[in-house]
Design a protein. Structure first.
Length: 349
């Protein structure tokens, strides 16, 4: 009993200390003490990182890292950018890297864990629920507009891989997002219906859905929820992006303890039910799509571009790099960040 009391007391002291520090410096959240990106960055650049949390629907708490630019002045109002992570990822991976790099260029940025992932709440974890990912983004905008140093009329959103598709799906009806960008953007619905390299027939899609439905029946009757790897160990038939994804997510290159690369098998059905371009006729905000010229996902960038009705849209090609390269390879990230910086400075002025 004494030990339990001691742990509770220590926890309360920690909370009081955090609150005191928060009140002292006037910044939201608490100081981020763990590594906020798995990719090495220049930690002397002057960017301040705070761990923050906010509530979304169904009483789910979302946890994020808020990046504040060098010489941050809380009395000023800054343009802000959301950085949305890929499926099966967490805020400390590619989304955090882009958030950090954009903060170096003067923006307030927020990378957060989606519901059912990382430090965020929601059960069961490992669910990939596209329409809830869209709601996550709306609530993240809700959070940004409560910050006194964020200009509510200058909010942009950037998404990587499936995160890019989620941003494109959100922006048509979330008009507080004034500019949209995707890096190696993917429509998780189309990619799961047609397969990553396309070619999956309707009959094959139905058979896959029947298998998933049968698994869900087994789980409803008491079987353990089935988890599968997003990027399983590669074989000769593995698509290049998933071969590279294995190296990125499941080796020391970008592995993170809160991102084990699993997703629930039942999520296959919710992914296949989703379309990132369903309401794209309403997406009139400026859009920038960044893609590597060696990306096997290029067909998705083309599909997005063709679906966009606005005139302010552009595809920026990074020569010599693939889909996953844009997650962390310096030669790919550098030009991408510079193009994104120019884009957001123009559209969020």
């Amino acid at each position: 009993m004494k030990k339990i009391f001691l742990f509770v007391w220590m926890g309360l002291c920690a909370i009081v200390g955090v609150q005191a520090q928060e009140q002292h410096d006037g910044l939201p959240g608490v100081p981020q003490t763990e590594a906020y990106v798995v990719t090495p960055v220049d930690t002397t650049s002057g960017v301040t990182v705070r761990k923050v949390s906010f509530l979304r629907s169904n009483q789910i708490v979302l946890v994020g890292n808020l990046f504040l630019p060098k010489n941050f002045d809380g009395s000023q109002r800054y343009p802000a950018i959301l950085s949305i992570h890929p499926a099966g990822s967490v805020k400390e991976q590619s989304a955090g890297l882009y958030a950090y790099r954009l903060a170096e260029n003067g923006f307030v940025t927020l990378a957060f864990d989606a519901a059912y992932a990382g430090e965020s709440g929601g059960t069961p974890h490992w669910s990939e629920a596209p329409y809830e990912r869209v709601e996550d983004i709306r609530y993240a905008v809700d959070y940004l507009v409560t910050l006194p140093f964020v200009d509510e009329h200058r909010i942009g959103a950037l998404g990587l891989c499936a995160g890019g598709g989620y941003v494109i799906a959100t922006a048509p009806t979330e008009r507080r997002i004034r500019a949209v960008a995707g890096v190696s953007a993917a429509d998780i619905g189309a990619a799961n219906r047609e397969s990553w390299l396309r070619g999956r027939t309707v009959e094959e899609q139905i058979k896959l859905l029947e298998d998933v439905s049968a698994q869900r029946t087994r789980e409803a009757r008491g079987a353990e929820l089935m988890k599968v790897y997003m990027c399983p160990e590669p074989t000769e038939e593995t698509a290049p992006s998933f071969r590279e994804g294995y190296e990125y997510y499941r080796t020391s290159r970008a592995w993170h303890p809160r991102a084990d690369n699993f997703y629930l098998r039942r999520s296959q059905a919710t992914k296949m039910a989703f379309s990132a371009i369903e309401n794209s006729y309403l997406l009139t905000q400026p859009v920038l799509l960044v893609v590597g010229d060696k990306a096997d996902s290029e067909w998705q960038t083309t599909r997005f571009y063709q679906a966009l009705p606005g005139k302010d849209k552009e595809v920026f090609v990074v020569a010599g790099y693939s889909h996953i390269d844009l997650y962390d390879k310096p030669g790919a990230v550098g030009p991408a960040v510079q193009k994104l910086t120019d884009f957001f400075k123009r559209t969020l002025q």
